[in-house]
Every structure is written in C-alpha cells, then in structure tokens.
Design a protein around this ligand. Sequence first.
Ligand code: HEC
Ligand code: HEC
Ligand code: HEC
Ligand code: HEC
Ligand code: HEC
Length: 262
Amino acid sequence: MIKRKWFVVIGAALALNSAWIGPSLSGTILGTKHDFTGLNARAGVVAMSGVAFSDYGSPCVYCHIPPDKTTPSGTDPAQSIEDAIKQGAALGGNPSWNRFLPDPDSYNLYDSRSLENKVRTPSPISLLCLSCHDGTMALDMTVFKPNGWNSSEDAALHVRLNGGDDLMSCGKCHNGKVAHSIEIKHLGTDLRNDHPISMQYAGLNQKDADFWAPDSPYGFDNGVKLYDGKVECATCHNVHDPDINLLLRATSDRLCETCHIK
Ligand code: HEC
Ligand code: HEC
Ligand code: HEC
Ligand code: HEC
Ligand code: HEC
C-alpha cells in the first residue's frame, strides 16, 4: 500500500536527520511561511513564538509526527511508526500527521449544477491543511509535542489562523496595520468559493472529454499530483517547494490547463 510506504519514508528521512534539516526537498520549507519557528529571525521581531503560539523547536512538528515518537532507539522503525499513528488516531489525530482531524462535516464544499463528482467531506490530506487554514484550531494544536519540550514553556496564547480581532486570532495583530494581513490565508469552513476538492479526477481513464488524462495514476509530469486519483489542496500546492509563488506546483497560467482542456 502506498500510504504505508510513505510513512516509512518520512520516518526514515526524519530519523536520519537529527537536526531535522532533512533531504533537499524537505529543507525547502525553511524560510517559507510554514517555517513558524523561523519567524523571529526573518521578521526581526519576538512577537510570535512563545507568545502567540508554542515554539516546539522545529518547524516540521506542526505537521509531521515528531521523529522521536516514531523511532525510539532499538525498535523497528516501521513498527513504531505504526504504533505512533495508532496512538495518534486514538487521540483524534489525522492518520500519519501531527494534527487533529477537524470535523469533516463542518465544511460547505464547492458545488454547481455542472459539477459531476460531488463530494460532501474533504479527505484527510486536505483536512491536514484545513486544520490550520479553516481557522478553528490553534496553529500549535498538535497531537504530539516533541520529547524534551517542557509544558512550562507553553505560550500564553494559542492563536488561530484567522482574521478575527479577538485575543485568540492571529488577526489581532495581523490586520494589515500592526503586521501584514492574514485574512486571505484564512479560508474558513465555507469553501464554496474555492476550487472543488476531494473529488475523483474527471480525466482518469479518459472518462471526461473536458479533462486531460494524467501522465500516471499519481498525476502529471509537471508535478501536479493526484491523491488516490483525487484532487486535494496538495494537488496544486507543494508546501515543500517555494519556487513558485504561493507554493503552487505550476505557475498559475499553466496550472489550470494541466487538467482543464480549453
Ligand atoms: C505545513 C505542513 C508541513 C510542514 C511544516 C512540513 N511538512 Fe513535510 N510534508 C507535508 C506534506 C503535505 C507532504 C506531502 C507532500 C506530497 O504529497 O507531495 C510532506 C512530505 C514530506 C516528506 C516526504 C517526501 C515525499 O517525497 O513524499 C518528508 C521527508 C517531509 N515532508 C519532511 C519534512 C521535514 C523534515 C519538515 C521540517 C523541515 C517538514 N516536512 C515540514 C507537510 C509539511
Ligand atoms: C500548522 C498550521 C498550518 C498547516 C497544517 C498548513 N498551513 Fe498553510 N499556512 C499556515 C500559516 C500560518 C501561513 C502564513 C500566513 C501568513 O503569514 O499570512 C500559511 C500560508 C500558506 C500559503 C501562502 C504561502 C505564501 O507564500 O504566501 C499557502 C498557499 C498555504 N499555506 C497552503 C497550505 C497547504 C496546501 C497546506 C496543506 C498541505 C497547508 N498550508 C497546511 C499554516 C498552516
Ligand atoms: C502580538 C502580535 C502578533 C500576533 C498575535 C501574531 N503575529 Fe505574526 N507577526 C507580528 C509582527 C509585528 C510581524 C512582523 C511584521 C510583518 O511580517 O508584517 C509578524 C510576522 C509574522 C510572519 C512572518 C512574515 C513574513 O512574511 O515572513 C508570519 C508568517 C506570521 N507573523 C504569522 C503569524 C500567525 C500564523 C499568527 C497566529 C498564530 C501570528 N503571526 C500572530 C505580530 C503578531
Ligand atoms: C485547483 C488548484 C488548487 C486547489 C485544489 C487548491 N488551491 Fe489554493 N490556490 C490555488 C491558486 C491558483 C492560488 C492563487 C490564486 C488565488 O488566490 O486564487 C491559491 C491560493 C491559495 C492560498 C493563498 C491565498 C493568497 O492569495 O495569499 C492559500 C492559503 C491556499 N490557496 C490554500 C489552499 C488550501 C488549504 C486548499 C485546500 C482546501 C487549496 N488551496 C486548494 C490553487 C489551488
Ligand atoms: C488537478 C487537476 C485540476 C487542476 C490543476 C485545476 N482543476 Fe479545476 N477542476 C478539476 C476537476 C476534476 C473539477 C471537477 C469536474 C467535475 O467533477 O465536474 C474541476 C472543477 C473546476 C471548476 C468548477 C466547474 C463546475 O462545473 O462547476 C472550476 C471553475 C475550475 N475547476 C477552475 C479551475 C481553475 C481556474 C484552475 C487553475 C487555477 C483549475 N481549475 C485547476 C481539476 C483541476
């Protein structure tokens, strides 16, 4: 199964890199907007980590299960990865990620009369993104904290990625006056204005004349990726590759025509 192989890859990659500045691919998260622990150095302020959210010492653990949970010394890494995922799932975690699953039924997904593959709930890989981008859960609300992180270092605030003006929201400061506005990165739970997600890709098996066939079951040669044949947030975005603006997998003029014919 692909998923299982993938866990092992992550575990192995993280385990090999105790400094967590991993393979060239993963290192590229550093310096991007998902590099939360790098904020202070880059922005030159101490407004964020330790105050607005807890600093776990590594940018990876806000999404990935910390390697010290998956590879305790002397155990079979594959086995312990399974254990960590089971343990995480029992706590309400999104399988294989260090984030909790938001309520999948809380979303209004895109719909229209012409949309063929209607979907009611987002898949787990998109719920990963939505666990921050819908603004309902705190940025630092992870399933596991890394070993060695002491709860006495817990931040005073655990703010959520939303534009609100209350003390629980990044928008308290990120209102375009104190700091850059965060509003547009907050998608909310109403996704009817966003591109449809979690539907089967209509171009599979030359099913639909309006869509190109993918180059492989995993997607397109330009990097646009399918997950179990479906379109997800990470189909168009690669949080590990900042080369293209807004972490897109193809420049915005080419992205749409990767799939849509005309
Ligand atoms: C914002 C969430 C997020 C953060 C933070 C993050 N990752 Fe990832 N990572 C992902 C996603 C999503 C994928 C799957 C990408 C895909 O399917 O192409 C992934 C995939 C990976 C993979 C597997 C690569 C592959 O070929 O499938 C590795 C290894 C990895 N990440 C390591 C790291 C490391 C090391 C860090 C910290 C420097 C990190 N990640 C930070 C979300 C994140
Ligand atoms: C742990 C919380 C978290 C998770 C999980 C997360 N993000 Fe983000 N994301 C953020 C924050 C915080 C920002 C920066 C907001 C700002 O400063 O304006 C951001 C910014 C972005 C941006 C804008 C980047 C830019 O350069 O302006 C994109 C695109 C994005 N995220 C996509 C994703 C996708 C796709 C996923 C899932 C694979 C994901 N995010 C998962 C928290 C998260
Ligand atoms: C106490 C005020 C305050 C709070 C709360 C706050 N920030 Fe910030 N943030 C700032 C300031 C000031 C800067 C530096 C100026 C700027 O980048 O606009 C900054 C910078 C950033 C940057 C780096 C900007 C860049 O483009 O490199 C990101 C990303 C960020 N904040 C995300 C967040 C997120 C996500 C939250 C909520 C979890 C948050 N901040 C909460 C004040 C705050
Ligand atoms: C079909 C491709 C596609 C899918 C699927 C997709 N996006 Fe995007 N996303 C884009 C494009 C293109 C942009 C830039 C233009 C725009 O803002 O519409 C963007 C912009 C963004 C931004 C930055 C907004 C800004 O202007 O700063 C965030 C954050 C984001 N997407 C997150 C997500 C999340 C989370 C999901 C899944 C719920 C998702 N995207 C699904 C293509 C996509
Ligand atoms: C990974 C392939 C893929 C990419 C890339 C992609 N789309 Fe789509 N798009 C789809 C699929 C699949 C559907 C749903 C088709 C169906 O089931 O009827 C869809 C549906 C849509 C719809 C709704 C159509 C309707 O019938 O209601 C719009 C609008 C749209 N896409 C615009 C865009 C734009 C603009 C871009 C570029 C930013 C883009 N798409 C990129 C695959 C893609």
